[in-house]
Design a protein around this ligand. Sequence first.
Ligand SMILES: Cc1cc2nc3c(=O)[nH]c(=O)nc-3n(C[C@H](O)[C@H](O)[C@H](O)COP(=O)(O)OP(=O)(O)OC[C@H]3O[C@@H](n4cnc5c(N)ncnc54)[C@H](O)[C@@H]3O)c2cc1C
Length: 345
Amino acid sequence: MTTKPKVFGHLLVEVIRPERCVACGSCVSICPVDAISFVDGLPKLTGKCTACGECYMACPRVEHDFGESEVGALGRNRSADEAAHGILLGAYAVRTLQPKVKEHAQDGGAVTSILLSCLDVGASAVVAGLDKEKAWFPVPVLARDNHTVIECAGTKYTSAPMLLAVKQAEKEGVKKLAFVSTPCQIQALRRRQKNASETDTLALGLFCMETFNYDKLMAYLKAQGVDPEKVKKFEIKSGKFIAHREGELPFEAKIRKLKELSRNCCRVCLDYTSELADLSIGNVGSPDGNSTVLVRTQKGEAALRVAEKKGLIEVKPLKDYQPGMSLVDRLSDMKKKENSGKPLD
Ligand SMILES: Cc1cc2nc3c(=O)[nH]c(=O)nc-3n(C[C@H](O)[C@H](O)[C@H](O)COP(=O)(O)OP(=O)(O)OC[C@H]3O[C@@H](n4cnc5c(N)ncnc54)[C@H](O)[C@@H]3O)c2cc1C
């Protein structure tokens, strides 16, 4: 007996209505008949569904066996020692040696320098840029040149549907891709790779405790007298959310006070370090001016070493620094504990 595939209606009931949807664009981008569109930031059936079930299979938020995804993406399951941070071949403190990257990057510029190294060998990159009309509104960008990759450096603490740019890449016949995003969207990428993609993709996953709801964040900033147009950089450091402004003192608030600005979908996420990525990158654990880079696959290791050999980055073992992996593990465990089995309101 063949079972009918689950379709968009199931996504609506299981994911979208209960506010578990991360708005990654995976379902929109995989639909073979373009029947799903983004409407007000969420996927909506706007065409005729052929009930193929591709959208359901590509969603990172439907119930699925994470262990199976881990084997599919990384070739094995984690050992007991790797429980908190996921599969780990090496952990490093990395900083860019490229002044232009340093100027634009969020932390050590590891992500941007590794992307530039990938572009050198003919890859394109999916990165988050900013909308020209709407302050700090992130948009997916398929970058083909160094200038665009550098311009898109830096953290946007709200979310963009990055999988839409993967579809664009596939449509344009891109053969090699470097994809950057948060843990949920790395999971979406892996589900897509399992089901459809033939593009050779390097997955660079960012550490992420949560993303903010764009409208709520903007309203909060305005209520605090912060003009988002004047903010040059947002940062989360030592438990504080900081908005660096042009010609003014930075605005600072305790991060726990901003809890209600985070997206509901983040409250069921157990993945702090992008556990399915080839390389996972954050700032906690390594000294200021560095990025913490966790290598999870041989492909990730090769990308890191090529960038190092080209003289784009300096790579030091993370174990030489405090707090190193102990802080990464603590925050990873904290996220898993806080969000495990938590029902959404
Ligand atoms: C929402 C969010 C939450 C984060 N939370 C943590 C945290 O709790 N702890 C921690 O250690 N690190 C966190 N990070 C990661 C951290 O902010 C830096 O991105 C990381 O340290 C890499 O720094 P870098 O200088 O190497 O990156 P850069 O060289 O500046 O490159 C950053 C890359 O990330 C892309 N990017 C930026 N924002 C987004 C986005 N919203 N979606 C997809 N791609 C994006 C950029 O386009 C760029 O390609 C978070 C990042 C994000 C986006």
